[in-house]
Write a protein that binds this ligand. Structure first.
Ligand SMILES: NC(=O)c1ccc[n+]([C@@H]2O[C@H](COP(=O)([O-])OP(=O)(O)OC[C@H]3O[C@@H](n4cnc5c(N)ncnc54)[C@H](O)[C@@H]3O)[C@@H](O)[C@H]2O)c1
Length: 322
């Protein structure tokens, strides 16, 4: 069986992709610079003897080219995954998410790797006016993170056209679950461990979002790859449910055994510049290949909180980042 390469394979989602590939008997190259990923996430998969780990940066074309030898499919997850930092650093998304993706495509072209799976985001829809938002929605951009993901999608599509590649671009809602290391649940658990009396909530707490548990997400990715055969596939991967941030905060507090935490809101409809007050994707396309989320949002949040409390090393190593 041919080899798969996973950029960002030591990260939250990437390490679950690696586990699934190993479970399916594939040989896997993990390509990661360990800027936010962890070797701990790979311990189980590495024990299979079918995983090789390359510590390298996606911007390093020579190193990437070397790692790409004999690879037929690339799962490209390495990115700047920080959705909030755009206004303070307007370059990093362009460098990591656009130039980085271009480097991955170039290495694939040279090595003859024909399939790419790309992790895009619901942020490419900016602040949509249509809910649930379908893949065909023509959006205006509201963040450089979203803009960089959309630009990377466009490069991937052009490479498919020129070089006979196939692509699976997944537009994700927020993922939660085991190995989760950034985002609102992480942020809340982190803050509440420091001060259980008061929780600062970005925005007015009425922002509504969908959250997808990593177990469901991984199943969705592999179902789509098996069953969708267009040359360029763009697929929303989300949940039929959504939840507002206040409700999410109350579940986190409950799961942490806190009964009297006061909420302090920073105010406004959005948590940060470029945040969308409502994220709810139309998932009819992925449902047409048999996908149904099995884990409700509330259950997923509770599992994530328990995981973080049992793995405080993750909170401590990434405490400053959300
Ligand atoms: N987590 C979510 O809710 C979510 C939602 C939408 C899209 N995504 C996308 O999914 C992908 C994975 O996200 P995640 O949540 O697992 O993030 P993560 O930070 O846990 O994983 C990213 C991984 O990429 C590695 N990496 C970063 N820059 C690199 C570089 N220049 N070269 C090599 N490796 C590099 C990091 O060390 C890390 O292991 C990202 O592309 C992200 O934009 C995530």
């Amino acid at each position: 069986m041919t080899k798969a390469l996973v950029t960002g394979g030591a990260g939250f989602i990437g390490s679950h992709v690696v586990d699934e590939l190993v479970r399916r008997g594939r040989e896997v190259v993990v390509y990661d610079n360990f800027s936010s990923g962890s070797r701990k996430h790979l311990e189980g998969a590495a024990a299979s003897g079918r995983v090789s780990i390359v510590e390298g940066d996606i911007l390093d074309l020579a190193c990437l080219g070397q790692a790409m030898k004999g690879v037929s499919i690339v799962f490209h997850l390495a990115a700047n995954a920080d959705v909030r930092g755009g206004p303070s650093n307007t370059w990093i998304d362009l460098e990591q998410n656009v130039v980085g993706t271009h480097r991955v495509l170039e290495a694939m072209r040279t090595a003859g790797a024909g399939e790419i799976v790309f992790t895009s985001s619901a942020t490419v829809y900016g602040e949509p006016e249509l809910f649930p938002t379908p893949e065909t929605y023509a959006a205006l951009q509201t963040s450089v993170y979203g803009a960089s993901k959309l630009a990377a999608e466009a490069y991937i599509q052009a490479y498919c056209e020129y070089f006979n590649m196939r692509s699976y671009t997944f537009r994700f809602v927020s993922w939660i679950g085991e190995r989760y290391s950034h985002g609102v649940v992480f942020d809340f658990v982190n803050k509440l461990r420091q001060n259980p009396e008061e929780l600062e909530i970005l925005g007015d707490g009425n922002q509504r979002k969908s959250y997808l548990h990593v177990e469901d997400g991984i199943r969705g990715i592999f179902l789509a790859i098996e069953r969708l055969r267009e040359r360029k596939n763009v697929i929303n991967l989300g949940h039929e449910e959504h939840m507002n941030v206040k409700r999410l905060a109350s579940i986190v507090c409950e799961e942490m055994g806190l009964g009297s935490t006061a909420y302090k809101f920073t105010g406004g409809e959005r948590g940060w510049l470029g945040d969308s007050p409502f994220v709810h994707l139309d998932i009819s396309k992925i449902k047409s290949v048999g996908f149904r989320p099995q884990i409700g949002i509330e259950q997923g949040i509770r599992r994530t909180v328990r995981y973080l409390l049992e793995n405080t090393w993750l909170l401590e190593s990434r405490g400053a980042k959300t």
